[in-house]
Design a protein around this ligand. Structure first.
Ligand code: PLP
Length: 448
C-alpha cells in the first residue's frame, strides 16, 4: 500500500474500542467548560419528548430545554418529517441573488406575529449573529442618514451572545474579561428589578443624548445573567424615554421569544414597540440553527439608495438555510396549535402553585416567575452568589442523579421546560427540587 504522507494518515487504532466519553475527551473542546477539571460529558444517544437517554441507560428530564431551544421536545416527528421532505427537494441555496419558498413563507408568517411596526426579516444562523445584525443595522442606519451616532446603552448583567459585537453589549463579567480591550464602549444602566426602577430610570435619563444609536434589552427576563426579572411597565418607560432622543430600541428576544414568557413574545407584554427584534433559540423548535433580525420600514428605507455604499454588507454561508426555515415553519405550526398554547398555560399555572408551596422553605430567596420560567436563588444569606459557586455544582450533580437536567446559573436554580412536558414529568422535576432543598438544608453552610 502506498504511504506517501505517513504523518497525515489517521491513526485508525484510536477510538475503536473506547467509550464515547473517552473518544470525546481525546478530540473535543466543549463550550463554557474548564476542560481540565470538568467531569467527562454524558453521551446522549436518543431524545424523545422532554426526555434524554444516555449511552449508559439513564434517562434525564430536560428541564432546561437543552439550553433554552427545545420548545416542543426532542426528535419531534412532525418537525422531522417536514425537514426530511425539504431535504429531498432543496437542502441549501445561496441566498444572495436567489430565494426560496421556506424563507419567504417563514418571513410572511413571522411578521404578522411580531409587533406590527416590524416590516422586514433578515436571516442569519444563531442568536449572536441575530444580535450582531441588529447592531450593524442600527449603527449603519445612523451612518446612512448622515447623522452618525456611536453609543449604545445596555443593561448591567445583560447577555446578548458570544461574538464580539454581542459580547460588547453584554454586561462585563469573568466571561468577557480577556476581551475587554477589544470591545467597543457601552454605557450600562442598572436592570430595573423591584426597588431599583427609579435609579435605573434616572441613570437612563442621564445617559441619553443624540449620540446614542441604540438601546438594547432582553425584555422582561435576563437569561444568562441569572433569570433576572423585571416588569413591563418600567421597560415601557425606558423605551418611551429613549424614543424622545430618537434612540433605536433593540429587543433581544432570542431567549424570551416563542411562548417562553407565557405570551408569544415578551414584546406582547409591552405597550411600546421595539425598532429591531432578534430571534433564535426556540425559532426552529430547537431543531436547526437559525437566526432572525426584523426591523421597521424606516430602518430598511435608510439602506435603499443608488449608492452601493449604503448596502447592508452582512451575510453568512448558511443564511436562510431551507432546512432551518422549514424546521421553523413546522415549529410555528406546533406552537400556534391550541394544544401547545394550553400546555404553556398549564406550565404557567403549575409553576405558580409550586412557587407558592416553596416560598416559605428555608434556603430559598427571590422566588420569581415569568411565564414558563420559574427561578429562585439557593443558599442562606451571606453565601456568595456567582457563576462559579460550589453550590451550583452540588445542585447540578444532585439533580442529575435524580434524573433531572437543570443547569443552575451560579446559585440561581431555574426550571425552563419544553412545552410538551407532562404533568407527571413536571412533578418529578418539582420533587427533585424539593429533595435538593432538603439535602442542602442538612449541609453545614461552610461546606457549600
Ligand atoms: C443565547 C442568547 C443569545 C445568543 O444566542 P446563540 O445562539 O447562543 O449565539 C443572545 N441573546 C440572548 C438573550 C440569549 O439568551
Amino acid at each position: 500500500m502506498m504511504q506517501a504522507y505517513p504523518n497525515n494518515e489517521p491513526d485508525r487504532s484510536v477510538g475503536v474500542e473506547t467509550s464515547l466519553r473517552e473518544r470525546d475527551q481525546a478530540v473535543i473542546w466543549h463550550p463554557f467548560t474548564q476542560m481540565q477539571t470538568a467531569p467527562l460529558p454524558i453521551p446522549i444517544v436518543r431524545g424523545e419528548g422532554a426526555v434524554l437517554f444516555s449511552e449508559d441507560g439513564n434517562a434525564y428530564i430536560d428541564a432546561v430545554s437543552s439550553w433554552w431551544v427545545t420548545i416542543h421536545g426532542h426528535s419531534h416527528p412532525y418537525i422531522a418529517e417536514r425537514i426530511y421532505k425539504q431535504l429531498q427537494t432543496l437542502e441549501h441555496v445561496i441566498f444572495a441573488g436567489f430565494t426560496h419558498q421556506p424563507a419567504i413563507e417563514l418571513a410572511e408568517r413571522l411578521l404578522p406575529l411580531l409587533p406590527n411596526n416590524q416590516r422586514k426579516v433578515f436571516y442569519s444562523d444563531n442568536g449572536s449573529t441575530a444580535v450582531e445584525v441588529a447592531l450593524k443595522m442600527a449603527f449603519q442606519y445612523w451612518h446612512n442618514i448622515g447623522q452618525p451616532r456611536r453609543k449604545v446603552i445596555a443593561l448591567e448583567g445583560a447577555y446578548h451572545g458570544d461574538t464580539f459585537g454581542a459580547m460588547a453589549v453584554s454586561g462585563r463579567s469573568a466571561f468577557t474579561a480577556p476581551f475587554v480591550p477589544f470591545l467597543f464602549d457601552v454605557e450600562y444602566i442598572p436592570t430595573p428589578v423591584a426597588g431599583q426602577e427609579q435609579t435605573a430610570l434616572d441613570q437612563l435619563q442621564a445617559r441619553l443624548s443624540d449620540e446614542v444609536a441604540a438601546f438594547i434589552v432582553e425584555p422582561l427576563v435576563q437569561g444568562s445573567g441569572g433569570m433576572v426579572m423585571y416588569e413591563p411597565d418600567v421597560l415601557d418607560q425606558f423605551i418611551s424615554l429613549a424614543r424622545r432622543h430618537g434612540v433605536l430600541i433593540i429587543a433581544d428576544e432570542v431567549m424570551t421569544g416563542f411562548g417562553r414568557t407565557g405570551k408569544l413574545f415578551a414584546s406582547y407584554h409591552l405597550r411600546e414597540q421595539p425598532d429591531l427584534i432578534s430571534l433564535s433559540k426556540g425559532l426552529t423548535g430547537g431543531t436547526m440553527a437559525l437566526g432572525v433580525t426584523t426591523c421597521t420600514q424606516e430602518i430598511y428605507d435608510a439602506f435603499l439608495s443608488e449608492d452601493r455604499y449604503k448596502t447592508l454588507f452582512h451575510g453568512h454561508s448558511f443564511t436562510a438555510n431551507p432546512l432551518a426555515c422549514t424546521a421553523a415553519l413546522a415549529s410555528l405550526d406546533l406552537l400556534l396549535a391550541d394544544e401547545t398554547q394550553a400546555a404553556i398555560q398549564r406550565i404557567v399555572q403549575r409553576h405558580a402553585a409550586f412557587a407558592e408551596a416553596l416560598r416559605q422553605k428555608p434556603g430559598i430567596k427571590n422566588m420569581r416567575q415569568r411565564g414558563t420560567i420559574l427561578a429562585f436563588d439557593l443558599g442562606a444569606d451571606g453565601q456568595t452568589s456567582s457563576y462559579f459557586s460550589t453550590i451550583r455544582d452540588v445542585a447540578y450533580n444532585f439533580l442529575l442523579n435524580e434524573g433531572v437536567l437543570m443547569r443552575p446559573l451560579g446559585n440561581v436554580l431555574y426550571i425552563f421546560p419544553p412545552y410538551c412536558i407532562t404533568d407527571e414529568q413536571l412533578d418529578t422535576v418539582y420533587a427533585a427540587v424539593e429533595k435538593l432543598l432538603k439535602y442542602l438544608d442538612q449541609q453545614p453552610a461552610s461546606s457549600l
